[in-house]
Design a protein around this ligand. Sequence first.
Ligand code: ADP
Length: 544
Amino acid sequence: MLGQMMHRPLSTIEILRYGAETHTTSEIVSVRTEGDIHRYTYREAYHRVAQLAHALQKLGLKEGDRIATLAWNGYRHFELYYAIAGIGGVCHTINPRLSADQMIYITQHAEDKVLCVDLTFVPIVEALAEHFPNDMTYILMADRAHMPESRINFLCYEELAEGEPTEFDWVELAEDTASGLCYTSGTTGNPKGALYSHRSTVLHAYTVAISLGSVLKEGARVLPVVPLFHVNAWGLPYTAPLTGCSLIFPGSALDGKSLFDLMDREKVTSAWGVPTVWLGLQGEIAARGKNPDGFSSVIVGGSAAPRSMIENFEVSGVTVCHAWGMTEMSPIGTQGLLSAHEEEMLSQDEKLDMKALQGRRAFGVDLKIVDENGNALPHDGQAIGELYVRGNTIISGYYSNEEASDAAMDRDGWFGTGDVAYIDADGFLSIQDRAKDLIKSGGEWISSIDLENIVMAHPDVANCAVISVPHPKWDERPLLIVVPNGDKRVKKAEVDEMLLKQVAKWQLPDAIEFVEELPLTATGKVSKLTLRKSFKDYKLPDMK
Ligand code: ADP
């Protein structure tokens, strides 16, 4: 028997309309590429989105068209998210840190019709336009006064929107209509596209709002350092208008000092981003001897947050929530806020141990770990296997890429994350490694994340990574690569002593190498692929 309830298609614009009508004082603050600060309310944003939707329609854009962006976190980028999806288009966010080849590949693969660009990225467009789709229209996200001299025929964003009606008769779209497109950064092979729908996006917003309700409550002021150009800034453009928290967009200045000043001035309560960003902010906090005013929460994810980083924040009164997810998951899969019971009963050390894990699943995300034959393993904190996920916010295949889709999905329709993990009896996920980063030594696995986590706590270590190097007897052995903190170079014996408190002797790195900085991927994570390439001929001490 069927229920007898209305069925209203889920639609992203409904989130902003709700924010505009109910959270009338919440605001969006943006550091602009023009150099100043811009602020307005969700209501004003909604009317601008309507104007922009009219402008996009006048350009002849229609349902299903891909409209790309190359832009920082700011209000115009936010407006594009909603206006494009509102007219049935697909907002294709491009990561400006991708290589030229990758950018050309994805604009061609997505068959983008329009590219909306921040001033900073004009040189990229000038360099690559002849390789982008031929009929591409270019829009510069600025006002007339800031239009650059360029051989590209840019339309002016503000001129397009100006004078258009501030209301729009939104077409009712089927909820499975595509709304957004984001390519993975493609560390191996070409980038692959995750094509989100209105339904998946709205459900993800609900999921995050419920999972992280204490951080995202009305009145909170949230700083997405995580970019709008990759994985939807972890869904914040949608969860914020839904819950009524304000968004503080940092523009292009993401160094510790700029972030500290912005957070202090704008009374940011919660800041979201990858660990590398927080290393910068923590340096600034240490130099000034205080936290930015009002700062009380960090959401960290994208790669494993070291325990020492979590501890540093926590002792200064900033609650850390360690989250895990993927582009293919909209992106949030798990979050690590502790239960009231755990907060009350556990010692500080026990809490930190738990917070260094990747947290519990969000509602709507199913997790399973499997052995090499695809058999499900128990969630007992012991069994380690490849992590598969299932849910309404997870891709059912890659955009227009059958081969990659077939490789990623198992026969029951679960998506293979490529991560190796265990899940404990309390539902906590522990990511051991990306499968390709695990070190396979003599038939056993060594988790690079575990080793890095421990070594990061050493005061003479600013950053570190553990990679595998080929070994004739053991297949692979771990090599520790350290960015020193100051002039002192940490001694191997000291590192071994720290590690031996938690890992077995055969898991110790065979050697340490020092570098000035670690190579980063386009999404700000340490690029182990680049490191492995640089050290592929490295001779460990017992091989010399
Ligand atoms: P990419 O940066 O490769 O484009 P994603 O941003 O989608 O792609 O990265 C997803 C991957 O990042 C996960 O599969 C996992 O390996 C890693 N990751 C994300 N969050 C965490 C975390 N909290 N701890 C450890 N690894 C993480």
